[in-house]
Design a protein around this ligand. Structure first.
Ligand SMILES: *Cc1c(COP(=O)(O)O)cnc(C)c1O
Length: 352
């Protein structure tokens, strides 16, 4: 039986995408070859790559000022690439909004390349809200934030206002709703939450912010080199890009991000409604900051945690255990999560 998979990442993708991807592993587009044995420079794969980039541009409405790259190394490599490509070698300074484990890791990496100012933090209450009303100095090389906090279940509902270059880690909410890409210097996302398999990292970057640091950047970390090479400075993650392309086609067929956002809102509302009305459960996140992608919740009686997980397991529900730093439970309800699966979880909660 196919399980209801609430994993935070790598995570669920549409069943149709899995079907097509498995076919391409055996015989890619009737070429008699597997997708993963052809050259990344073959016209067949270049067409896949071009289509993936074109779909990202179309679905996210990426302006002509920005480039789209598929790199490797995950969001974790972007923590340092953003810093090394944007922080000035003399007096480099960057502002970070610290909303949890991932922003904290990004901030730590940036410290290797210049001064980091933590302009706001939610650490005082274990990151259960999004800081508001803070000031961002205007003399920084860039401002970094994490748009959705996968572990703590919080999400920025507004883009932070700043005149500085804005950088966002959107690993866990990219393609979940429309975004005004023109406001950003860099958007990056590990594919494995809402886009495709682990191995590809999507980077959207405004070209004119590059080349101003005065430092020598190693080739593999230099965005300008990857732009020039159209993500093929080295062998790109061909399978991950292909599956991402299939998922982007699927998103487009769904009606794009407006339609997808509406479904995501409905799914999240159903689940939060159950948590708020079921006397056995609570959610400690500030209501206005609740993530529509990662829903964290606790049993009021934590001694029943194992019993609840067993009941979930019985109903074919997998991966709802919370992150070790938060405890309790986490249901990740990315784009591909059907409303029927959310309902299956709610049914278990109602009976519990
Ligand atoms: C999963 C995740 C990461 C880590 O991504 P990797 O691809 O494993 O490096 C970083 N940031 C956020 C917000 C995430 O959800």
């Amino acid at each position: 039986m196919k399980k209801h998979n609430f994993s935070a990442g790598p995570s669920i993708l549409p069943q149709e995408v899995f079907q097509k991807a498995s076919q391409a592993i055996l015989d890619f587009d009737n070429t008699g070859l597997s997708l993963i044995e052809i050259s990344h420079r073959s016209k067949e794969f270049v067409a896949v790559y071009d289509k993936a980039v074109a779909l990202v541009k179309e679905i996210l409405n990426v302006p002509a000022t920005h480039e789209v790259l598929f790199l490797q190394g995950g969001a974790s490599t972007q923590f340092l690439m953003t810093a090394i490509n944007l922080m000035k070698v003399d007096g480099g300074k960057a502002a970070y909004i610290n909303t949890g484990a991932w922003s904290n890791k990004a901030l730590k990496e940036a410290k290797n390349f210049g001064e980091v100012i933590e302009v706001a933090s939610s650490a005082d209450t274990n990151h259960n809200y999004i800081p508001k009303g803070f000031n961002i100095p205007s003399d920084v090389d860039y401002v970094h934030y994490t748009s959705n906090n996968t572990i703590f279940g919080t999400q920025f509902k507004e883009t932070p206002e700043t005149d500085a270059v804005l950088v966002a880690d959107m690993s866990s909410d990219i393609f979940s709703k429309p975004v005004d890409v023109s406001k950003f210097g860099i958007i990056y996302a590990g594919a494995q939450k809402n886009l495709g398999p682990a191995g590809a990292t999507l980077v959207i970057i405004k070209k004119d912010i590059l080349g101003n640091t005065g430092r020598t950047i190693p080739s593999m970390l230099d965005y300008q080199i990857h732009i020039k090479g159209e993500s093929m400075f080295n062998t790109p993650p061909v399978f991950a890009i292909y599956v991402s392309m299939l998922n982007l086609e699927y998103m487009k067929a769904q009606g794009g991000l407006e339609a997808i956002a509406k479904k995501n809102e409905e799914k999240a509302a159903l689940l939060y409604n159950e948590i708020d009305n079921n006397p056995s459960f609570i959610n400690n996140v500030a209501k206005e900051d609740r993530s529509l992608m990662n829903v964290v919740f606790l049993l009021k009686d934590a001694s029943k945690d194992a019993e609840f997980l067993a009941a979930c397991n019985e109903a074919g529900i997998s991966n709802v255990k919370g992150h070790r730093s938060v405890g309790g439970f986490r249901a990740s309800i990315y784009n591909a999560m059907p409303i029927e699966s959310v309902q299956a979880l709610i049914d278990v909660m109602k009976k519990f």
